[in-house]
Design a protein around this ligand. Structure first.
Ligand code: AMP
Length: 455
Protein backbone atom coordinates (compact mmCIF):
# COMPACT_ATOMS: atom_id res chain seq x y z
CA UNK A 1 0.00 0.00 0.00
CA UNK A 2 1.31 3.36 -1.01
CA UNK A 3 0.25 7.01 -1.21
CA UNK A 4 1.85 10.22 -2.38
CA UNK A 5 0.95 13.91 -2.44
CA UNK A 6 3.18 16.55 -3.96
CA UNK A 7 3.29 19.66 -6.13
CA UNK A 8 3.93 19.24 -9.80
CA UNK A 9 4.83 15.60 -9.47
CA UNK A 10 3.84 12.60 -11.52
CA UNK A 11 2.09 10.95 -8.58
CA UNK A 12 1.00 7.84 -10.50
CA UNK A 13 4.55 7.16 -11.67
CA UNK A 14 5.91 7.56 -8.13
CA UNK A 15 3.17 5.20 -6.95
CA UNK A 16 4.11 2.71 -9.64
CA UNK A 17 7.67 2.61 -8.29
CA UNK A 18 6.43 2.41 -4.72
CA UNK A 19 4.15 -0.50 -5.57
CA UNK A 20 6.96 -2.17 -7.48
CA UNK A 21 8.99 -2.14 -4.25
CA UNK A 22 5.99 -3.54 -2.38
CA UNK A 23 5.14 -6.27 -4.88
CA UNK A 24 5.93 -8.98 -2.31
CA UNK A 25 2.95 -7.83 -0.21
CA UNK A 26 0.47 -8.97 -2.85
CA UNK A 27 0.65 -10.42 -6.31
CA UNK A 28 -2.93 -10.92 -7.43
CA UNK A 29 -3.85 -7.45 -8.56
CA UNK A 30 -2.44 -3.95 -8.65
CA UNK A 31 -4.09 -0.56 -8.86
CA UNK A 32 -3.55 3.17 -8.68
CA UNK A 33 -6.04 5.98 -8.00
CA UNK A 34 -4.82 9.42 -9.05
CA UNK A 35 -6.28 12.90 -8.67
CA UNK A 36 -5.52 15.93 -10.82
CA UNK A 37 -7.03 18.15 -8.14
CA UNK A 38 -10.57 17.82 -9.49
CA UNK A 39 -11.13 14.28 -10.66
CA UNK A 40 -10.03 10.89 -9.44
CA UNK A 41 -9.17 8.22 -12.00
CA UNK A 42 -8.64 4.61 -10.98
CA UNK A 43 -6.77 2.04 -13.02
CA UNK A 44 -6.50 -1.49 -11.69
CA UNK A 45 -6.27 -5.01 -13.00
CA UNK A 46 -5.33 -8.55 -12.10
CA UNK A 47 -1.61 -9.30 -12.19
CA UNK A 48 1.74 -7.94 -11.09
CA UNK A 49 2.48 -4.21 -11.00
CA UNK A 50 4.67 -4.44 -14.12
CA UNK A 51 1.96 -6.37 -15.98
CA UNK A 52 -0.84 -3.98 -15.09
CA UNK A 53 0.96 -0.69 -15.81
CA UNK A 54 2.96 0.47 -18.78
CA UNK A 55 4.01 3.86 -20.16
CA UNK A 56 0.74 4.36 -22.00
CA UNK A 57 -1.38 3.65 -18.95
CA UNK A 58 0.77 5.84 -16.69
CA UNK A 59 0.66 8.68 -19.23
CA UNK A 60 -3.12 8.71 -18.84
CA UNK A 61 -2.89 9.03 -15.04
CA UNK A 62 -1.84 12.65 -14.52
CA UNK A 63 -2.03 14.33 -11.12
CA UNK A 64 -0.18 15.26 -7.93
CA UNK A 65 -2.00 12.94 -5.58
CA UNK A 66 -2.26 9.15 -5.77
CA UNK A 67 -2.70 5.98 -3.77
CA UNK A 68 -1.84 2.45 -4.85
CA UNK A 69 -2.35 -1.12 -3.79
CA UNK A 70 -1.15 -4.64 -4.48
CA UNK A 71 -3.61 -7.27 -3.43
CA UNK A 72 -3.08 -10.48 -1.52
CA UNK A 73 -6.56 -11.84 -0.99
CA UNK A 74 -7.54 -12.92 2.47
CA UNK A 75 -11.26 -12.26 2.29
CA UNK A 76 -13.22 -12.02 -0.92
CA UNK A 77 -12.23 -14.04 -3.90
CA UNK A 78 -9.44 -13.51 -6.33
CA UNK A 79 -11.21 -11.49 -9.02
CA UNK A 80 -11.19 -8.08 -10.66
CA UNK A 81 -14.10 -6.64 -8.67
CA UNK A 82 -12.08 -7.13 -5.50
CA UNK A 83 -8.96 -5.37 -6.72
CA UNK A 84 -8.06 -2.04 -5.15
CA UNK A 85 -8.09 0.94 -4.71
CA UNK A 86 -11.84 0.92 -4.14
CA UNK A 87 -13.58 3.99 -5.60
CA UNK A 88 -16.90 5.46 -4.48
CA UNK A 89 -18.64 8.37 -6.22
CA UNK A 90 -19.64 11.22 -4.00
CA UNK A 91 -21.38 14.22 -5.54
CA UNK A 92 -19.37 15.30 -8.55
CA UNK A 93 -16.35 13.49 -7.24
CA UNK A 94 -15.45 10.65 -4.91
CA UNK A 95 -13.07 8.91 -2.56
CA UNK A 96 -10.61 6.09 -3.13
CA UNK A 97 -9.35 3.66 -0.52
CA UNK A 98 -6.58 1.06 -0.30
CA UNK A 99 -6.59 -1.42 2.58
CA UNK A 100 -4.03 -3.76 4.07
CA UNK A 101 -5.40 -6.16 6.68
CA UNK A 102 -8.71 -7.73 7.58
CA UNK A 103 -11.62 -6.43 9.61
CA UNK A 104 -12.93 -8.74 12.31
CA UNK A 105 -16.36 -7.10 12.66
CA UNK A 106 -17.38 -7.26 9.02
CA UNK A 107 -20.79 -8.78 9.73
CA UNK A 108 -21.73 -6.05 12.23
CA UNK A 109 -20.47 -3.34 9.94
CA UNK A 110 -22.33 -4.80 6.96
CA UNK A 111 -25.56 -4.71 8.96
CA UNK A 112 -24.93 -1.06 9.90
CA UNK A 113 -23.95 0.10 6.44
CA UNK A 114 -26.89 -1.65 4.78
CA UNK A 115 -27.00 -3.39 1.43
CA UNK A 116 -24.04 -2.61 -0.81
CA UNK A 117 -22.56 -4.60 -3.61
CA UNK A 118 -19.46 -5.14 -1.50
CA UNK A 119 -17.75 -8.50 -1.37
CA UNK A 120 -14.84 -7.19 0.67
CA UNK A 121 -14.41 -5.45 3.98
CA UNK A 122 -12.53 -2.72 2.11
CA UNK A 123 -15.63 -1.79 0.09
CA UNK A 124 -17.69 -1.73 3.27
CA UNK A 125 -15.27 0.69 4.88
CA UNK A 126 -15.34 2.93 1.80
CA UNK A 127 -19.12 2.92 1.92
CA UNK A 128 -19.20 3.78 5.62
CA UNK A 129 -16.79 6.68 5.12
CA UNK A 130 -18.68 8.01 2.09
CA UNK A 131 -21.98 7.76 4.02
CA UNK A 132 -20.58 9.82 6.86
CA UNK A 133 -19.24 12.45 4.44
CA UNK A 134 -22.57 12.67 2.66
CA UNK A 135 -24.97 12.61 5.58
CA UNK A 136 -22.89 14.82 7.87
CA UNK A 137 -21.45 17.05 5.17
CA UNK A 138 -18.05 16.21 6.58
CA UNK A 139 -14.60 16.50 5.07
CA UNK A 140 -12.68 13.28 4.48
CA UNK A 141 -10.64 13.51 7.66
CA UNK A 142 -13.67 14.55 9.75
CA UNK A 143 -15.61 11.57 8.40
CA UNK A 144 -12.70 9.24 9.12
CA UNK A 145 -12.43 10.51 12.68
CA UNK A 146 -16.10 9.64 13.21
CA UNK A 147 -16.20 6.34 11.37
CA UNK A 148 -12.83 4.70 12.08
CA UNK A 149 -13.63 3.74 15.70
CA UNK A 150 -16.43 1.53 14.32
CA UNK A 151 -13.92 -0.67 12.50
CA UNK A 152 -12.34 -3.58 14.33
CA UNK A 153 -9.40 -5.75 13.39
CA UNK A 154 -6.54 -4.99 11.05
CA UNK A 155 -6.82 -1.94 8.81
CA UNK A 156 -3.93 0.03 7.57
CA UNK A 157 -5.43 2.42 5.05
CA UNK A 158 -4.50 4.90 2.37
CA UNK A 159 -7.52 7.06 1.59
CA UNK A 160 -7.92 10.08 -0.68
CA UNK A 161 -10.43 12.50 -2.03
CA UNK A 162 -9.47 14.80 -4.90
CA UNK A 163 -7.20 16.98 -2.73
CA UNK A 164 -6.26 15.19 0.50
CA UNK A 165 -4.18 12.09 1.27
CA UNK A 166 -4.83 10.23 4.52
CA UNK A 167 -2.93 7.31 6.05
CA UNK A 168 -4.39 5.30 8.94
CA UNK A 169 -3.07 2.57 11.22
CA UNK A 170 -5.63 0.71 13.29
CA UNK A 171 -5.23 1.07 17.07
CA UNK A 172 -3.38 -2.24 17.35
CA UNK A 173 -1.13 -1.46 14.41
CA UNK A 174 -1.26 -5.00 13.04
CA UNK A 175 0.19 -3.91 9.70
CA UNK A 176 3.00 -1.39 9.32
CA UNK A 177 2.85 2.08 7.78
CA UNK A 178 5.48 4.76 7.45
CA UNK A 179 5.71 8.38 6.38
CA UNK A 180 8.41 9.66 4.08
CA UNK A 181 9.41 12.95 2.59
CA UNK A 182 11.03 14.05 -0.65
CA UNK A 183 11.25 17.85 -0.90
CA UNK A 184 7.66 19.04 -0.56
CA UNK A 185 6.30 15.65 -1.56
CA UNK A 186 4.92 13.39 1.18
CA UNK A 187 4.73 9.65 0.90
CA UNK A 188 3.01 6.95 2.93
CA UNK A 189 3.99 3.32 2.43
CA UNK A 190 3.52 -0.09 4.03
CA UNK A 191 7.28 -0.48 4.24
CA UNK A 192 10.30 1.78 4.28
CA UNK A 193 11.82 -0.08 1.28
CA UNK A 194 9.25 1.74 -0.88
CA UNK A 195 10.69 5.08 0.27
CA UNK A 196 14.21 4.00 -0.64
CA UNK A 197 13.27 3.31 -4.24
CA UNK A 198 12.10 6.93 -4.58
CA UNK A 199 15.00 8.41 -2.66
CA UNK A 200 12.54 9.67 -0.02
CA UNK A 201 13.66 10.05 3.60
CA UNK A 202 11.88 8.15 6.33
CA UNK A 203 10.19 10.72 8.58
CA UNK A 204 8.92 8.06 10.97
CA UNK A 205 6.72 5.01 11.30
CA UNK A 206 3.06 5.92 11.83
CA UNK A 207 2.05 4.84 15.32
CA UNK A 208 -0.74 2.33 16.00
CA UNK A 209 -3.99 4.30 16.21
CA UNK A 210 -2.57 7.25 14.36
CA UNK A 211 -3.95 8.99 11.29
CA UNK A 212 -1.80 11.25 9.12
CA UNK A 213 -3.52 13.83 6.94
CA UNK A 214 -1.54 15.40 4.12
CA UNK A 215 -2.94 18.49 2.44
CA UNK A 216 -1.50 21.82 1.19
CA UNK A 217 -0.10 22.48 4.66
CA UNK A 218 1.90 19.25 4.81
CA UNK A 219 1.19 16.42 7.26
CA UNK A 220 -0.73 16.62 10.52
CA UNK A 221 -1.46 13.83 12.93
CA UNK A 222 -4.68 12.84 14.70
CA UNK A 223 -5.49 9.97 17.08
CA UNK A 224 -9.12 9.05 16.42
CA UNK A 225 -9.14 5.84 18.49
CA UNK A 226 -9.25 5.01 22.18
CA UNK A 227 -5.84 3.78 23.31
CA UNK A 228 -5.15 0.06 22.66
CA UNK A 229 -2.27 -2.29 23.17
CA UNK A 230 -0.05 -2.23 20.11
CA UNK A 231 0.15 -5.58 18.29
CA UNK A 232 2.38 -5.48 15.25
CA UNK A 233 2.14 -8.80 13.40
CA UNK A 234 5.23 -10.76 14.42
CA UNK A 235 5.15 -12.43 11.00
CA UNK A 236 6.13 -9.13 9.41
CA UNK A 237 9.50 -9.68 11.12
CA UNK A 238 9.58 -13.42 10.48
CA UNK A 239 8.61 -13.53 6.83
CA UNK A 240 6.43 -10.91 5.26
CA UNK A 241 8.33 -7.63 5.24
CA UNK A 242 11.26 -7.02 2.93
CA UNK A 243 14.66 -7.59 4.55
CA UNK A 244 15.71 -4.04 3.72
CA UNK A 245 12.72 -2.50 5.50
CA UNK A 246 12.72 -1.02 8.98
CA UNK A 247 10.12 -2.11 11.53
CA UNK A 248 9.94 -0.65 15.03
CA UNK A 249 13.14 1.17 14.15
CA UNK A 250 15.04 -2.08 13.42
CA UNK A 251 16.34 -3.48 10.15
CA UNK A 252 14.44 -6.66 9.33
CA UNK A 253 17.35 -8.57 7.77
CA UNK A 254 19.68 -8.28 10.76
CA UNK A 255 16.88 -9.39 13.07
CA UNK A 256 16.27 -12.46 10.90
CA UNK A 257 19.97 -13.29 11.12
CA UNK A 258 19.73 -12.96 14.86
CA UNK A 259 16.79 -15.40 14.86
CA UNK A 260 19.13 -17.92 13.17
CA UNK A 261 21.90 -17.27 15.69
CA UNK A 262 19.55 -17.86 18.60
CA UNK A 263 18.21 -20.98 16.89
CA UNK A 264 21.75 -22.39 16.65
CA UNK A 265 22.26 -21.77 20.36
CA UNK A 266 18.88 -23.28 21.16
CA UNK A 267 19.15 -26.36 18.90
CA UNK A 268 22.71 -27.26 17.86
CA UNK A 269 23.20 -30.33 15.67
CA UNK A 270 26.12 -32.34 14.30
CA UNK A 271 26.00 -31.69 10.55
CA UNK A 272 28.07 -31.02 7.43
CA UNK A 273 26.23 -28.19 5.74
CA UNK A 274 23.64 -25.49 6.49
CA UNK A 275 21.29 -24.99 3.55
CA UNK A 276 18.70 -22.20 3.49
CA UNK A 277 15.32 -22.42 1.84
CA UNK A 278 15.65 -19.44 -0.48
CA UNK A 279 14.90 -16.69 -0.02
CA UNK A 280 12.93 -16.64 3.19
CA UNK A 281 15.40 -18.88 5.07
CA UNK A 282 18.63 -17.20 4.00
CA UNK A 283 19.28 -14.71 6.82
CA UNK A 284 18.41 -17.24 9.54
CA UNK A 285 20.64 -19.86 7.87
CA UNK A 286 23.49 -17.34 7.80
CA UNK A 287 23.05 -16.70 11.51
CA UNK A 288 22.77 -20.41 12.23
CA UNK A 289 25.98 -21.21 10.30
CA UNK A 290 27.87 -18.39 11.98
CA UNK A 291 27.10 -19.56 15.50
CA UNK A 292 27.22 -23.33 14.88
CA UNK A 293 30.40 -23.27 12.78
CA UNK A 294 28.73 -25.61 10.26
CA UNK A 295 29.50 -24.31 6.75
CA UNK A 296 26.76 -22.47 4.85
CA UNK A 297 26.04 -23.40 1.24
CA UNK A 298 23.29 -22.65 -1.23
CA UNK A 299 22.07 -26.18 -1.87
CA UNK A 300 18.71 -25.11 -3.22
CA UNK A 301 18.47 -22.90 -6.25
CA UNK A 302 15.53 -20.63 -6.79
CA UNK A 303 14.11 -19.66 -10.13
CA UNK A 304 14.13 -15.86 -9.88
CA UNK A 305 11.11 -15.42 -12.06
CA UNK A 306 8.63 -17.27 -9.90
CA UNK A 307 6.93 -15.37 -7.09
CA UNK A 308 6.06 -16.58 -3.63
CA UNK A 309 4.22 -19.83 -4.27
CA UNK A 310 2.22 -19.40 -1.11
CA UNK A 311 0.53 -16.23 -2.22
CA UNK A 312 -1.48 -17.87 -4.99
CA UNK A 313 -4.63 -19.03 -3.28
CA UNK A 314 -5.49 -22.35 -4.91
CA UNK A 315 -3.90 -25.38 -3.23
CA UNK A 316 -3.38 -27.05 -6.57
CA UNK A 317 -1.32 -24.06 -7.77
CA UNK A 318 0.73 -24.12 -4.59
CA UNK A 319 1.68 -27.75 -5.03
CA UNK A 320 2.91 -27.20 -8.55
CA UNK A 321 4.57 -23.96 -7.50
CA UNK A 322 7.25 -25.58 -5.37
CA UNK A 323 8.85 -27.56 -8.19
CA UNK A 324 8.68 -24.55 -10.45
CA UNK A 325 10.46 -22.50 -7.85
CA UNK A 326 13.21 -24.57 -6.27
CA UNK A 327 15.72 -27.22 -7.27
CA UNK A 328 18.22 -29.11 -5.07
CA UNK A 329 21.91 -29.38 -5.99
CA UNK A 330 23.54 -32.79 -5.38
CA UNK A 331 27.00 -31.14 -5.61
CA UNK A 332 26.25 -29.40 -2.30
CA UNK A 333 24.03 -32.01 -0.66
CA UNK A 334 25.08 -35.52 -1.76
CA UNK A 335 26.44 -37.60 1.13
CA UNK A 336 25.98 -34.74 3.61
CA UNK A 337 24.15 -34.30 6.90
CA UNK A 338 22.05 -31.25 6.04
CA UNK A 339 20.62 -28.57 8.33
CA UNK A 340 17.73 -27.16 6.33
CA UNK A 341 16.71 -23.70 7.58
CA UNK A 342 13.48 -21.88 6.84
CA UNK A 343 11.59 -19.09 8.54
CA UNK A 344 8.29 -20.92 9.01
CA UNK A 345 6.11 -23.90 8.24
CA UNK A 346 2.48 -23.05 7.68
CA UNK A 347 0.70 -25.77 5.76
CA UNK A 348 3.75 -27.95 5.42
CA UNK A 349 3.18 -28.79 1.77
CA UNK A 350 6.18 -26.79 0.53
CA UNK A 351 8.40 -28.06 3.30
CA UNK A 352 7.46 -31.71 2.75
CA UNK A 353 8.31 -31.50 -0.93
CA UNK A 354 11.56 -29.71 -0.19
CA UNK A 355 12.69 -32.36 2.27
CA UNK A 356 11.96 -35.04 -0.32
CA UNK A 357 13.98 -33.09 -2.88
CA UNK A 358 16.92 -32.74 -0.49
CA UNK A 359 16.87 -36.49 0.24
CA UNK A 360 16.68 -37.25 -3.48
CA UNK A 361 19.77 -35.08 -3.94
CA UNK A 362 21.63 -37.46 -1.62
CA UNK A 363 21.38 -36.02 1.90
CA UNK A 364 22.16 -38.67 4.53
CA UNK A 365 20.32 -36.77 7.27
CA UNK A 366 17.95 -33.80 7.17
CA UNK A 367 17.64 -31.63 10.27
CA UNK A 368 15.02 -28.94 9.92
CA UNK A 369 15.47 -25.68 11.83
CA UNK A 370 12.65 -23.14 11.73
CA UNK A 371 13.26 -19.56 12.85
CA UNK A 372 9.76 -19.11 14.34
CA UNK A 373 7.53 -21.16 16.66
CA UNK A 374 4.90 -23.64 15.35
CA UNK A 375 2.17 -21.86 13.41
CA UNK A 376 -0.97 -23.15 15.11
CA UNK A 377 -3.78 -20.62 14.82
CA UNK A 378 -5.42 -18.98 11.81
CA UNK A 379 -4.74 -15.32 11.18
CA UNK A 380 -7.71 -12.96 11.11
CA UNK A 381 -5.56 -9.92 10.47
CA UNK A 382 -4.38 -10.24 6.92
CA UNK A 383 -2.23 -13.35 6.47
CA UNK A 384 -3.78 -15.87 4.13
CA UNK A 385 -2.99 -18.91 6.18
CA UNK A 386 -6.38 -20.51 5.91
CA UNK A 387 -8.46 -22.57 8.25
CA UNK A 388 -6.95 -24.23 11.29
CA UNK A 389 -7.36 -27.64 9.71
CA UNK A 390 -4.82 -26.67 7.04
CA UNK A 391 -2.09 -25.71 9.52
CA UNK A 392 0.47 -28.45 9.95
CA UNK A 393 1.22 -27.70 13.58
CA UNK A 394 -2.38 -27.12 14.69
CA UNK A 395 -2.87 -30.53 16.22
CA UNK A 396 0.52 -32.20 15.86
CA UNK A 397 3.33 -32.56 18.32
CA UNK A 398 6.85 -31.72 17.16
CA UNK A 399 7.62 -35.47 16.88
CA UNK A 400 4.56 -36.00 14.72
CA UNK A 401 5.64 -33.08 12.54
CA UNK A 402 9.12 -34.63 12.15
CA UNK A 403 7.68 -37.94 11.01
CA UNK A 404 5.12 -36.27 8.71
CA UNK A 405 7.88 -34.28 7.01
CA UNK A 406 10.29 -37.23 7.05
CA UNK A 407 13.13 -35.35 8.76
CA UNK A 408 15.65 -36.66 11.30
CA UNK A 409 14.87 -33.75 13.61
CA UNK A 410 12.89 -30.54 13.63
CA UNK A 411 13.32 -27.67 16.07
CA UNK A 412 11.36 -24.41 16.10
CA UNK A 413 12.69 -21.17 17.57
CA UNK A 414 10.97 -20.46 20.88
CA UNK A 415 8.65 -17.46 21.13
CA UNK A 416 10.95 -15.99 23.75
CA UNK A 417 13.94 -16.19 21.41
CA UNK A 418 11.89 -14.83 18.52
CA UNK A 419 10.83 -11.71 20.37
CA UNK A 420 14.34 -11.39 21.78
CA UNK A 421 15.70 -11.38 18.23
CA UNK A 422 13.46 -8.47 17.24
CA UNK A 423 15.16 -6.44 19.98
CA UNK A 424 11.72 -5.00 20.75
CA UNK A 425 9.29 -5.18 23.65
CA UNK A 426 7.78 -8.71 23.51
CA UNK A 427 4.39 -7.17 24.30
CA UNK A 428 4.54 -5.03 21.17
CA UNK A 429 3.46 -7.93 18.94
CA UNK A 430 0.45 -9.90 17.82
CA UNK A 431 1.52 -13.53 18.22
CA UNK A 432 -1.97 -15.01 17.81
CA UNK A 433 -0.92 -17.42 15.04
CA UNK A 434 1.59 -18.95 17.47
CA UNK A 435 -0.29 -18.70 20.74
CA UNK A 436 -4.02 -18.40 19.97
CA UNK A 437 -4.10 -15.18 22.03
CA UNK A 438 -5.98 -12.87 19.67
CA UNK A 439 -5.77 -9.17 20.57
CA UNK A 440 -9.36 -8.54 19.40
CA UNK A 441 -12.51 -10.59 19.29
CA UNK A 442 -12.29 -12.78 16.21
CA UNK A 443 -14.99 -14.55 14.22
CA UNK A 444 -13.86 -18.01 15.33
CA UNK A 445 -17.59 -18.66 15.43
CA UNK A 446 -17.45 -18.99 11.66
CA UNK A 447 -14.96 -21.78 11.99
CA UNK A 448 -15.47 -25.34 13.04
CA UNK A 449 -12.98 -24.77 15.84
CA UNK A 450 -15.35 -22.60 17.79
CA UNK A 451 -15.19 -24.79 20.85
CA UNK A 452 -11.44 -25.20 20.88
CA UNK A 453 -9.59 -23.11 23.39
CA UNK A 454 -6.10 -21.73 22.83
CA UNK A 455 -3.55 -23.82 24.69
P1 AMP B 1 4.65 -24.68 3.87
O1 AMP B 1 5.68 -25.69 4.24
O2 AMP B 1 3.81 -25.14 2.71
O3 AMP B 1 3.87 -24.20 4.99
O4 AMP B 1 5.41 -23.39 3.30
C1 AMP B 1 6.35 -22.76 4.09
C2 AMP B 1 6.91 -21.63 3.30
O5 AMP B 1 5.93 -20.61 3.13
C3 AMP B 1 8.08 -21.00 4.01
O6 AMP B 1 9.16 -20.95 3.11
C4 AMP B 1 7.62 -19.60 4.37
O7 AMP B 1 8.65 -18.68 4.14
C5 AMP B 1 6.46 -19.34 3.46
N1 AMP B 1 5.41 -18.54 4.14
C6 AMP B 1 5.16 -18.37 5.43
N2 AMP B 1 4.13 -17.54 5.66
C7 AMP B 1 3.70 -17.13 4.46
C8 AMP B 1 2.66 -16.26 4.01
N3 AMP B 1 1.86 -15.64 4.84
N4 AMP B 1 2.54 -16.06 2.67
C9 AMP B 1 3.35 -16.68 1.82
N5 AMP B 1 4.32 -17.52 2.18
C10 AMP B 1 4.51 -17.77 3.47
Amino acid sequence: MFGVRGNDVDAARLTYFGLFALQHRGQESAGIAVSDGDNITVYKDMGLVAQVFDETVLAGLGGDLAIGHTRYSTTGSNRWENSQPVFRHLGSNGIALAHNGNLTNTATLAAEVGPVAATTDSELMTEAIADAMQSGELSLDEALTTVLPRFEGAFTLAVMDSTTLVGVRDPHGFRPLCLGNLGDTWVIASETAALDILGADLVREIEPGEMVIVDDHGPRFVNPFPKSKSSLCIFEFVYFARPDSTLLGRNVHTKRQLMGRLLAEQAPVEADVVVPVPESGIPAAQGFAEVSGVPYSDGLVKNRYVGRTFIQPAQEMRDRGVRMKLNAMPSVIDGKRVVLVDDSIVRGSTTKQLVAMVREAGATEVHLRISSPPYRWPCFYGMDTGDRSTLLAADRSVDEIASHLDVDSVVYLTLENLTRATRSDPDAFCTACLTGAYPTEVPLADSKFLLEQPS
